[in-house]
Write a protein that binds this ligand. Structure first.
Ligand code: ADP
Length: 309
């Protein structure tokens, strides 16, 4: 039977306008291309969990608007249960407005909208899902008060608690007692510890600093250098699988989701990290966020005959 995962987090629409140059204040420039895609770390990770075979609930908020309806349709299309998503009557759906110039430089305005209004009471409203969940997966694109409440609720119900502390923000110390697995990338690990993560040695120091504060296990994702697993008993580097990486967008989302699903299934940490490393690599071989999240079948096939360096 499929394991059950609850993801509490953000859902966003990215709108990207490409132009020869970025507009100066007051200036209008003519764009050359426009793209729109569903994103938000919470929604991306929920889609990834569902594709990887978990029965998945997404808990979050969207506005009463076209964007919200589209975000929900995408989640449902991937097989995510959206029963506990709230349509906020007062805030619009979250959006990111992105301008990109000919050199690839960008300018981004993120409006959290309904994501900024995900409340602890939304977690309570989803008690049925929390009570049945094998694991909770959360990120930091919603109010920290709600993240903390979700961590405590899942821990109370005996679910495995995985935190992808992204984007980098300071977090309350009491979270160290609630989270089973911390999954930061290099910048987030630095934000949490003040240790600049530039290589394996500094990654290990940062992970150990988190263990010193009470973390039970830490997996730092290192982009093209793979991932580092550190617990009080294990220190193990997993080099990245050699793939033709064309777009690393949401590779971290695929990784966090895959790690959570395998751990929820009862796999040991090192096996789950290997599985997540494969999911992250596969996400880099396709363009976009949600469309690049790999399926269970794709990850298992890949792991049966991984590319050699
Ligand atoms: P984020 O997207 O949060 O910045 P990372 O860049 O650390 O996260 O990537 C997450 C995971 O995706 C890595 O740990 C690795 O498993 C995989 N990955 C990222 N970049 C590559 C790459 N160039 N080749 C293979 N795997 C990659």
């Amino acid at each position: 039977m499929a394991v059950r995962v609850v993801v509490v987090g953000s859902a966003n629409t990215d709108m990207v306008a490409f132009a020869p140059k970025l507009p100066a204040p007051g200036e209008t420039v003519l764009g050359t291309r426009f793209e729109m895609a569903s994103g938000g770390k919470g929604a991306n990770q929920a889609v990834a969990c569902a594709r990887l075979g978990a029965e998945t609930w997404f808990v979050g908020r969207v506005g009463n608007d076209w964007f919200g309806d589209t975000l929900l349709r995408n989640l449902q299309g991937a097989g995510v249960n959206t029963e506990f998503v709230i349509h906020d009557a007062e805030a619009p759906s979250g959006v990111a407005l992105i301008f990109v110039d000919a050199e690839g430089q960008n300018e981004i305005v993120v409006v959290a909208g309904a994501n900024g209004r995900v409340r602890p009471s939304d977690v309570d409203a989803a008690t049925d899902a929390f009570a049945r969940a094998n694991a909770l997966l959360v990120q930091l694109e919603i109010p920290l008060e709600t993240v903390g409440y979700a961590l405590a609720t899942a821990a109370q119900h005996g679910a495995l608690v995985v935190l992808n502390p992204a984007p980098a923000r300071p977090v309350p110390e009491e979270w160290f007692g609630l989270v089973d697995v911390w999954v930061p990338n290099e910048r987030e690990a630095e934000g949490l510890t003040g240790i600049a993560v530039t290589d394996l040695e500094s990654a290990e120091r940062a992970a150990k600093a988190l263990l010193d504060r009470g973390a039970k296990s830490v997996v730092i994702t290192l982009g093209a250098n793979g991932a580092l697993l550190v617990t009080p008993e294990i220190i193990r580097h997993f080099p990245a699988f050699p793939v033709q990486a064309i777009d690393a967008t949401a590779a971290g989302d695929a990784f966090a989701a895959a790690l959570t699903v395998r751990l929820a299934e009862g796999a040991p940490l090192d096996e789950a990290v290997r599985f997540a490393n494969a999911a992250g690599a596969l996400a880099c071989t396709k363009v976009g966020a949600q469309p690049s999240m790999p399926t269970r079948h794709e990850v298992e096939n890949f792991l049966q005959s991984p590319p050699s360096p």
